[in-house]
Write a protein that binds this ligand. Structure first.
Ligand code: TXA
Ligand code: MG
Length: 350
């Protein structure tokens, strides 16, 4: 049975939080909000807790989990070595949507790291998440709280729909501000390499480090390079319907999508169009939604998963989505969209 706890981030209920902390400490599972997406948490020092997470998500156990901490003492329980570059990034971006790899101590179960010698750690910037870790008194291992392969949940209603009965408790809290997962970076590699683009951009990281690159295997579909982050090799973020991603200049995408939506409707397919404020009024066919303004990528990020989940709720068979240029947060947005589309991308105006 899953217990549902409503928690307000401005008035965190001490008694409820203590109870939730106890569930984690004693080896149970709790779904909680973070500023990126909802996480499915368990005690990072407990072997069987990791198995519970993999079971609840239906996740392959060769995909390691991120460990969430609320203070630096907890980092010292997980690793002996904090490289200078890591310290510089932590000073600038923690608490926040940046996950760093460290050499792991034996305190962390091999099941959490999928037998890798490294452990991924982040300090989330959410009052509820930080309070939960503090009350648990242990670091919390947590992947995104979606069923494996599905878009990550950014609102309590998403996890309540998918996860009731699969975990011990769910915290009904705020909508997630960032809406896309954290950036995963390996600073032990020279030059430091971004394994998964996320809420902190390469451009922001480059202001702190001399050099930083993306893993060259990111977004490749030809199988010639193997991503360093195990999670990047899986199909992800996929609604049931077929996602078709469009790229090119905004007006050109509008023309392509309009044509495609019309032919879907003529073929009696249930089509959903996910556009931007600049274009939506021009779309006529299908169920039409806007992610927000092209000039506000934060807004686009925070709405993205929620609209992919909506596609399933509405039973869309085809989902046509406008793409974005791949700089700043646009790189993260396009990484998720390319995965959701399984590489089905139409270039407009070439
Ligand atoms: O924003 C986030 O990061 C959210 C919230 C809940 O914190 N969590 C999240 O976890 O997205 P998950 O499990 O869905 O994604 C973790 C990613 C995966 O791609 C995994 O392969 C990678 O981090 N990862 C974890 N440990 C790793 C390691 N030791 N080496 C390389 N990649 C690792
Ligand atoms: Mg995930």
């Amino acid at each position: 049975m899953t217990i549902l706890y409503t928690i307000e981030s401005d008035h965190i209920d001490e008694i409820k939080m203590q109870e939730l902390g106890r569930i984690i400490r004693e080896g149970g599972t709790v779904i909680f909000p973070t500023e990126t997406v909802y996480g499915l948490g368990a005690n990072a020092f407990c072997d069987f807790a990791a198995d519970k997470i993999y079971m609840a998500k239906g996740r392959p156990s060769d995909n390691p989990l991120i460990v969430h901490i609320c203070n630096i003492e907890q980092l010292n329980q997980i690793t002996d070595i904090v490289p200078k570059k890591a310290q510089a990034l932590m000073d600038k971006f923690w608490p926040g949507p940046l996950t760093l790899l460290f050499k792991k101590k034996d305190t962390i179960s091999d099941r959490i790291t999928s037998n890798l010698p490294t452990v991924a750690v982040r300090m989330p910037d959410s009052k509820i998440a930080l309070a939960l870790i503090e009350k648990a008194g242990v670091p919390i291992a947590a992947p995104s709280a979606n069923l494996s392969g599905k878009p990550s949940p950014t609102r309590a209603e998403h996890v309540i729909h998918d996860m009731m009965g699969r975990v011990d408790a769910i915290i009904k809290g705020d909508d997630c501000r960032v809406g896309l997962e954290s950036t995963v970076i390996d600073v032990m590699h020279d030059p430091p390499v971004i394994l998964r683009p996320g809420g902190i951009t390469l451009e922001q990281i480059a202001e702190v480090l001399d050099s930083v690159i993306y893993d060259p295997a990111l977004d490749r579909y030809d199988g010639t390079l193997i991503p360093k982050s195990p999670g990047q090799k899986y199909t992800h973020y996929s609604p049931i319907g077929q996602v078709i991603l469009f790229s090119g200049e905004s007006g050109k995408m509008r023309e392509c999508i309009s044509k495609e939506a019309k032919s879907c409707v003529e073929a009696s397919k249930k089509v959903m169009v996910i556009g931007t404020n600049e274009n939506v009024e021009n779309y006529k066919d299908g169920i039409i939604f806007s992610l927000g303004s092209r000039t506000n990528l934060e807004e686009i990020s925070s709405n993205l998963f929620s609209l992919l989940i909506k596609a399933d709720q509405l039973g869309a068979e085809i989902i046509l989505i406008e793409g974005f240029s791949e700089t700043g947060l646009g790189k993260t947005i396009m990484n998720r969209l390319k995965k959701a589309s399984g590489g089905t991308i139409i270039r407009c105006g070439d």
